[in-house]
Design a binder for this molecule. Sequence first.
Ligand code: GLC
Length: 713
Amino acid sequence: MSTTLRELLVAERESEACSLSGDISDKEDSTTTSPLFSSEEELSPENLKKNTAPAAFLLDLKLSENLDKEELTKSSEFITLEPATIVDNSFEESEPSYSSVKEVLKTAEESPFSSDLKCKKLSKISSDLKIELVTLTDLIKEPSATLEKVIAKSVEKCEAEGEATVSEESAVITSREVVGGRTTETDEATVSVQINECVSDNAKSTALTLKQCPSVGVKLDVSDLNIFQRLNGGGLLLSPESCTMVDEAWERLSKSYVYFKGKPVGTLAAMDTSADALNYNQVFVRDFVPSGLACLMKEPPEPEIVRNFLLKTLHLQGLEKRVDNFTLGEGVLPASFKVLYDSDQEKETLLVDFGASAIGRVAPVDSGFWWIILLRSYIKRTRDYALLDRPEVQKGMKLILKLCLSDGFDTFPTLLCADGCSMIDRRMGIYGYPIEIQALFYFALRCAKQMLKPERDGKEFIERIEKRIAALSYHIQTYYWLDFTQLNNIYRYKTEEYSHTAVNKFNVIPESIPDWVFDFMPLRGGYLIGNVSPARMDFRWFLVGNCIAILSSLVTPAQATAIMDLVEERWEDLIGEMPLKITYPALEGHEWRAVTGFDPKNTRWSYHNGGSWPVLLWLLSAACIKVGRPQIAKRAIELAEQRLSKDGWPEYYDGKTGRYVGKQARKYQTWSIAGYLVAKMMVENPSNLLLISLEEDKKIAKSRIVRSNSSSF
Ligand code: GLC
């Protein structure tokens, strides 16, 4: 019997209807805690240890994926994505099926600032410095005035002055070079865009000077935020109801919303006004994932922003992407985009970065994978099949897959990557086959397999995916896995072996094993190492890769349990005083110089080089719950709660134990906020995990039982 995501979801809905049957694994949308973790008692470490991985994997039972695909009755006429165009009509196109989502879901109450009209008016306010001064004066005169009141006053003033509303027209611009590498801006947030060949003729004809679109949730300009932070002890002025950390986080999250043509399309990377914006005033694809998940997990959910984000970024995928004279693959999704507002022409414009503006000029390999993963979460939550069936959505997925499933010179099923192509977006010695990307690749392939329609070339893609995931899981489970036994095997490796009988297949020289691994490796536990390629094993721990490997079932249940054992055994190193180390250990001295190229931002125990990133809490929490160890997540969340809000939700912490707010960390970093919310919601309602987790692929699990395996599992 074959099953697709749609069929599984229908089955879930049916079983929800007869939930009295006692089957607990299918209550995806239920607000009650899954009986697996139904009381504090059942959450106790003893009980959970008894359950460990196999029991926890029950959570995913209803997601059991069969390998064949159903024949979908609907025809799939493919349409070509719009070419790069100056007028962006993507929202108009999406209207009809949006109303169908609305029918299914009760839309969440809108924030006072989210209606189209208010958004437009407030956009005008914050792009007008005179009115900023009014808000400042009002606040000083009336310190007790709420932000809303002050803004309302400014709106009145704005109306009295006869300000027009924002024009419906808007534009999309891809920029090869935006003044000085990262986008630079003046204090008034004015950006000079150096137009390049990618921009349509319309755009080229006028030298645009654009103001950053102030269409963020709070509808305030940067200078306003500074003032509020001062008035409110370093934090954005929050409504009196924001008394808990969770309330505060929700409020901050909604204030980071970025609007395009009056609709929310993403969240700003950070809302820190005390530091240079650089590109932190953009919507990053990877950064939006926790924001999107928070909106989907919320009760009632707020799927609109996720839907808009998915369609908007898909639309941007259709643009031509260039770095100098070279054109990037069609399927590449942006690293980030930004809404600019041209007050003269009253136009909103999207400025898109596919890596051509990023430091190091590397395309974000992870963006497309995250896009597919988020699409699945959105469909699972909303059952908006109309969106999934849209030819452009199916085509967008295939374009992403085409980038990584094409034949080449590869001898490994892993994906060859440049340094800096993922969350660690600068030189950190993770070129080659980094686990961070391989795990995401596997996850995205499996999500796509559930969502692709078999019509036309869809079937061929599904077959290629099946072959690739089988090969990839064997490769990763076998060659990336490191535990005490495997470390000992590698330590005793012979070298220079030739032919297929070789045990040391990649000719790793045992002397290259760094000393720290011998101390770090506990007797109980193990992990996927950072990278494997000829004569090179990067033994560093990377959090994202290991957690994604658990969520996507790239690792076996036993390996997943062992990863959690390692986290517990090495708590001081990997969690310390502030969760969560992005990588361990840090590169120091000569190694740091050689590997990072003397990167002053990535000094030892800072930023990507052993810094601690609160955003990673959601990934750890999801992985813990899947493995049946939610108490680990709870412990980490409690640690974060001691400081995160007080410290202003920093982007990252520095130091061996993560004690210090990061040297150049932005405050009010949106994914630190959203990551915390997602972690909280998953621990409180573990069924939320179903939005972001896949059970084991039956075929792969079966083949593992029959094959002989040199690894410990
Ligand atoms: C930094 C991070 C990157 C993130 C971006 C925006 O560059 O390294 O992963 O997407 O900031 O927050």
